[in-house]
Design a protein around this ligand. Structure first.
Ligand code: ADP
Length: 774
């Protein structure tokens, strides 16, 4: 009987989403085994994926953690074990479902890397789930930024290793310079289980992880910063509609040339410097794109709204922003190797993940990782009321209505969580609310250390929490709880908000807050991705709690001015509200355009990085053969049999073989670094060639492939030369084979291969073209 309903449901499912029926049947049968498994003294899981296995996993969690996994968590587990991305709403218990599937992989003898969003969650989840792994006879470890090499190596020997994606990538990059197999840290990748899969696999996919070495101070450009500060927008330079690129007008070009006494056409280097300064000046805004703290520029991660640790822009842009803020330039170095997050994760033979919002990026997950989405239903139906957007003609009308609404809701005692789009806005709103005598608690990139405590109390009666996107992920808001002002800390997040505990929530206050309608989430504007909106809404209504959400949108919002330019909202009523179906459609349309632009950027970047990463994989295969075998000695013996024999007789074969290995590894690493530099230059320069109507990507590929072949020749040449001329029994480092003494790692926020960069360069090319015509 159920089969017709199943059929219809399957038919209606979005393409690419997984049919849950077989998983649900297995879990149903597991339910029948529950009582019997509970009697067993010893837990043995049996074949992974069977009803028996599910029943044992449920019992293991019950005994180890005191939590009996819900059916939907077991369904999520099976979906992940089958290699899918499980979409499970906030509060459904992804941590447990993820740990259960990690255990399932581990029970099949596979090492699992549980990829967390940050260090805090890596450690928290590993420690929280440890009893579960142990009861199943499995080991678990975690890695954080401060872990030593020994600690890391140890953590990777565990069955399941929790780590932030950046730490995994940095370890992989650092291993890449090792010249003794005993120093390797990361074993061959097997399974990646990715938490917040949409954020990591899509939003951050094109972020390069970089390994740099051999420090030299950055090129500070204070004169350029001073110069562009004097230029006026519209007259000297223009910003495109989407706010992604900026370029000099003819007037601006003249002014710059006069001020610098140069001819920009003759000097493309200066053009780049001017454009970087202009980009820093006109497109990057303090407290939106970055904050300045402790005399340093800290980037803000746009999709998470928090300070992006260890991130920087490409060197030139970083220096330009530092000059704009009149800060000393931070150090830069030669890029020894780099790898995108997408490249890193595609290196795993098996990958799966979980997130609250996957369906909207289903197409990208399929295209880039061959992953499907399994939409797991909630344990208890969601009763949150998502109101339609309230749309206003002007930002001013929106602001008034927003403050009135907060006032009115707060008067009832209902807890309110307000999501703002950036740090600056969260601070303006805080001020406006205080002017009305309210006492909001602010959570943004500037005080993210208080996050857990602030969020734990956001569900308390009478609490107003103002937060950037960071509250959207990885944290749990329970209804009830001790209001922040009980201990006088309201509005003083810098103060002594200690970690809140479950005991803060007592059932009577929980009921009171539920009677008030539960948590009310207000967005001060729609994000440029519907997933971010959904993450924010998802803060309310967890596990069947009551709750509500609404977004306040204005026709002056960047989303509309940038992505629905030229189309205007229908007229507003006298109260400033636009009540018209078309207004809603326009907002939805702008968001879809924005999402489309981001997808195109992702695709385009991948087209360029793909070739580089294929080459990288190939180089590393060669490197591995040299590192672990005697391929280097074989090759050099064949080229110089006499010399090889003579050296072996005097120094011993082992010494010579080891020297051969060091020589080839050195040149292989050195040539790869040079190749990366070449590719970066090629990628920049290709746009000048695009003027000649050649397809830049074809052009890039046409040059990058032979460049790679000559890299391999070059390694051979240089290795032979060294072997022939160097004293292989002495220290090779003294003979020109000096490796970087210090290396460091970071993430690049704005991919230099990415489109912003591309656009800057396109503008440079455009300027040149215009001038040439003159
Ligand atoms: P998510 O990451 O999906 O938002 P979490 O993993 O943070 O959710 O879990 C939310 C809360 O639900 C946690 O406090 C967790 O202890 C609790 N929880 C999860 N699974 C169960 C369960 N099967 N039984 C009882 N509580 C659970």
């Amino acid at each position: 009987m159920a089969s017709v309903a199943d059929f219809v449901r399957r038919f209606l499912d979005r393409p690419g989403s997984v049919d849950l029926t077989p998983f649900q049947r297995t879990v149903e049968r597991a339910g029948e085994l529950e009582a019997e498994v509970r009697e067993r003294a010893e837990l043995r899981a049996g074949e992974v994926g069977t009803p028996e296995f599910c029943a044992v996993m449920r019992e293991a969690a019950r005994r180890a953690l005191g939590q009996r996994p819900f059916d939907v968590q077991l369904v999520g587990m099976l979906a992940m074990l089958d290699g899918h991305v499980a979409q499970m709403a906030t509060g459904e218990g992804k941590t447990l479902a993820g740990a259960l599937s990690a255990a399932g992989f581990a029970l099949q003898g596979k090492h699992v890397h549980a990829v967390s969003v940050n260090d805090y969650l890596a450690r928290r989840d590993a420690e929280w789930m440890r009893p579960l792994f142990e009861i199943l006879g499995l080991t678990v470890g975690w890695i954080s930024e401060t872990s030593t090499r020994e600690e890391r190596r140890d953590a990777y020997t565990k069955d399941v290793t929790y780590a932030a994606v950046s730490e995994l990538g940095f370890d992989v990059l650092r291993d890449r310079l090792v010249t003794d197999p005993a120093e390797l840290v990361v074993p061959a990748p097997q399974v990646a289980l990715v938490d917040e899969a949409d954020s990591v696999l899509v939003d951050e996919a094109r972020v390069p992880l970089v390994l740099a070495g051999a420090a030299d101070p950055g090129t500070a450009v204070p004169e350029m910063a001073a110069l562009v500060r004097r230029l006026s927008r519209g007259y000297h330079y223009k910003v495109d509609q989407e706010g992604r690129s900026v370029f000099l007008t003819a007037k601006g070009t003249d002014t710059v040339e006069k001020a610098l006494g140069v001819d920009l056409y003759q000097d493309p280097g200066v053009v780049t410097e001017v454009n970087l300064a202009l980009h820093a000046h006109a497109l990057l805004t303090r407290d939106v794109d970055y904050i300045v703290r402790d005399g340093r520029v800290h980037l803000i991660n746009q999709s998470r709204g928090r300070v992006a640790l260890l991130q920087r822009w490409p060197d030139g842009l970083q220096a330009a922003v530092e000059a704009k803020e009149k800060l000393p330039a931070s150090e830069t170095g030669e890029i020894l190797d780099s790898l995108t997050i997408q490249g890193l994760l595609r290196g795993y033979p098996e990958i799966c993940g979980m997130t609250g919002t996957a369906v909207a990026v289903g197409e990208q997950l399929r295209e880039f990782y061959d992953l499907k989405v399994a939409v797991i239903p909630p344990n208890k139906p969601c009763v949150r009321v998502d109101e339609p957007d309230r749309i206003f003609a002007t930002a001013e009308a929106r602001q008034e209505a927003l403050l009135d609404e907060i006032d009115a809701q707060h008067a009832t005692g209902r807890p309110i969580l307000i999501g703002t789009l950036d740090v600056a806005e969260s601070e303006r709103l805080d001020e406006a609310l205080r002017a009305r005598g309210l006492r909001p608690v602010v959570l943004n990139a500037k005080n993210d250390a208080e996050e857990a405590a602030i969020i734990a109390r956001a569900g308390a009666q009478g609490t107003i929490t103002v937060s950037t996107q960071m509250a959207g992920r990885g944290t749990d808001i329970r209804l009830g709880g001790r209001p922040a002002d009980d201990d006088g800390t309201a509005g003083d997040p810098e103060g002594s908000v200690e970690e809140s505990t479950e005991s803060d929530v007592d059932e009577s206050t929980e009921r009171t807050v539920a009677d008030l309608g539960g948590l009310y989430v207000i967005g001060t504007g729609r994000h440029d991705s519907s997933r971010l909106d959904d993450q924010l809404r998802g803060r309310a209504g967890r596990q069947g709690d009551p709750g509500g959400s609404v977004f306040f949108v204005s026709g002056e919002d960047e989303l509309l001015t940038a992505y629905a330019a030229g189309e205007s909202l229908p007229p507003s009523d006298p109260d400033g509200v636009v009540r018209h179906k078309r207004a809603e459609e326009l907002v939805a349309h702008a968001q879809r355009v924005a999402e489309g632009v981001n997808l195109e950027i992702h695709r385009n970047t991948w087209r360029y990085t793909r070739l580089m990463e294929e080459q990288r994989t190939h180089v590393l295969e060669l490197r591995d053969r040299v590192l672990h075998g005697d391929a280097a000695a074989e090759a050099l013996r064949e080229a110089f049999p006499d010399r090889f024999r003579e050296l072996s007789e005097t120094a011993g074969t082992d010494v010579v073989e080891q020297a051969c290995r060091q020589i080839v590894l050195f040149h292989l690493d050195r040539c790869w670094t040079e190749h990366l530099g070449y590719l970066a230059d090629l990628r920049e320069g290709i746009h000048l060639r695009a003027l000649g109507r050649l397809n830049p990507l074809d052009e890039f590929n046409r040059e990058a492939a032979p460049a790679y072949r000559s890299l391999l020749d070059e390694v051979e040449q240089r290795s032979k030369e060294t072997f022939e001329t160097a004293d292989v029994t002495a220290d090779l480092a003294d003979q020109g084979l000096k490796r970087p003494t210090a290396t460091w790692t970071y993430l690049v926020q704005d991919n230099p291969f990415g489109s912003d960069w591309e656009r800057i360069l396109q503008r440079v090319a455009g300027t040149l073209k215009r001038r040439r015509k003159k």
